[in-house]
Design a protein around this ligand. Sequence first.
Ligand code: ADP
Ligand code: ZN
Ligand code: ZN
Length: 721
Amino acid sequence: MLLTTVAVPVPLSRAFDYSVPEAMAAQVRRGVRVRVPFGRRELVGVVLRSPVEQAAGDTGLRSLSEVLDAAPLLPPELLTLCEWAADYYRHPLGEVLSAMLPGRLRKGADAVLQRPAGYQLRAAGREALAQLPGRNRAQRQLLTQLQDGPLSRAALGASIATIKAALDQGWIEAVELPPAAPMVTAALPTPTPEQATALAEMAAAPDGFSVTLLDGVTGSGKTELYLRRIAEMLAQGRQALVLAPEISLTPQLVERFAARFGDGVLSFHSGLGDREREQAWLRARAGDARVVIGTRSAVWLPFARLGLIVVDEEHDASYKQQEGFRYSARDVAILRAQKLGLPVLLGSATPSLETLHNAQQGRYQHLRLQRRVHSAAPPTVRILDVRNLPLDHGLSQPLLQAAERHLEAGGQVLLFLNRRGYAPVLLCHACGWNAPCPHCDAHLTLHRGRGLLICHHCGAQQPAPHRCPACGARELIGIGAGTERIEQALANHFPRYRVARLDSDRITSPSALQAQLDAVRDGTVQILVGTQIMAKGHDFPGLSLVGIVSADQALYGSDFRAIERMGQLVTQVSGRAGRTGQTGEVWLQTHHPEHPQLRMLAEQGYAALCEQLLKERSDAGLPPYSHLALLRAESREADVALAWLDRARPLFENPHGVIVTDPVPSGMERRGGYWRAQLLLIASQRAALQRVLAVALPQLDAVPGARKLRWSIDVDPYDLM
Ligand code: ADP
Ligand code: ZN
Ligand code: ZN
């Protein structure tokens, strides 16, 4: 009997054996999709190995129902990558594979790449052209246009009747148009001296796998370097993958690539419909897409001839998927490049400590770009002590005066605050009621414009009350400020100028973002208020003042990455100022002007802050000097998760030196109606951590009480809350 192993999309960490009917044997190969019976259902799975002969077969095995692909749909390289990731992140392979496949393909549809249709000249048409009488103008024109090769309907511009007549005569035939040839525009900017040095050093790296960190301030020409490296790959007939954070994947970025490389540029993001996603997937697989610019999930695209991976803004949190299959697209990209023997470019003005550490250890090439292409110096950050100053909706007089100065001088002003809504707390002045979320240990945020109270943790919404629900008093006060409040305060304070707000309440699509960015760029808007949505990637040439409304939240943050993130945000937001011409100013309001790390950031910059943070991490044995895995558990009932983790903890006891902390309630114990607790594993070696997880996790479901809760494992967690 012939046997094969199939990964099936179910939440089980194992693959399943099936018997292979003789008639299917030749087609069943690794990477081919098959339909299989599973329980009472039929599922689409992926074959993991070619059939093997089994002498005394297990008679209970069920057999494959159908083979769906004539050739493997998944390139072997990608399948191996998925297997590795399933293993490393401890997530079922079947689910990894189905997350990676576009919807219809996942359900078993045929994989058909639809290249754009067009027409080409046949030999008969060529002969006809020589003999056609001059009055047959439409046909002459059509055949003449096609002399140099096939063209699309649109490019031809001929009427349906003309085309039909030519088809009927056998002069032309319908064809699939070939993929656009890669093009590189002729006029490239001359590299700056720093860019030239970086290019020379990259060229000096040995062929094969290498990781290069392009550590360069905003506007120093990193993207231009990506474009050049990509051009080299295209010239060799290879493809390139560019990963970008969701919010910087604007039409502007894609256009910049398309302007350089033409039609072979494809953007791949969550805004695509099912069909578009599937066709994009197939275009990458066929090699038609020469350059793919995509968000996190693009790291799983099947490439025919991948030659280079770029990870822009490599520090960005959005590369880590925070639920379900909790992978880091940056880390997967590096691993994929390693397995394929390719170069990787990591770019950032604020590299993560992990990446800086790898560079210091000599594992990554570290190239610095310290000068901006178009202006002398990045702005310096000035700390503004707001203790005892009257605050107008969170804004101090000195900051408002500075804004006024810049506006009157014709500059633009940006105010940054990482908090949406009007006020984070709605308080009753009479009785102290403060709008708690019914499902979380959190307050509801007042969104005054929409008349709603919204929980930013679970999404719960309710109408904003006019009277206190507890005592009936009318005195409800919004405490603290969000972007909506700052926007209003500025509109009142500066009636002569236009204010725009950029946050996820206002910006719900890439095109909405683009529209706002255009309004800023063409000067329609002079004052910009927003969250981290505008912290990166975008270019505001007229911006001369950046005000950071408060950095204090990060200083109280309990997550060990809080200060690192604060440094990244402040630096990225500051990088928006003074990109062309005038030097920008950055003002940072704080109630902790003496905070040593804040001072260090303001006075010596992000790199110096990182030096110090790395030392602290090393002393504390935290990443990047150790590796973490977080076991989370959550239950509808109080205390269940914590008690269960206590019982599960002994399973993690190990002789490999992996530290197992005591279970604790999560930072926000109750969220979305679940009571949450967690247990942290800390290891100095990844391999030791993996060994412990491999032993313990399969036993977790047998720990008493497992039925009453959900648990999940997060390897290399980004967020410890
Ligand atoms: P980064 O990615 O580091 O923010 P960019 O590559 O976007 O920097 O460069 C900043 C600006 O300078 C862009 O408008 C870009 O077109 C321009 N630029 C980059 N390199 C050069 C160069 N060598 N000569 C002229 N302009 C350049
Ligand atoms: Zn009240
Ligand atoms: Zn909530």
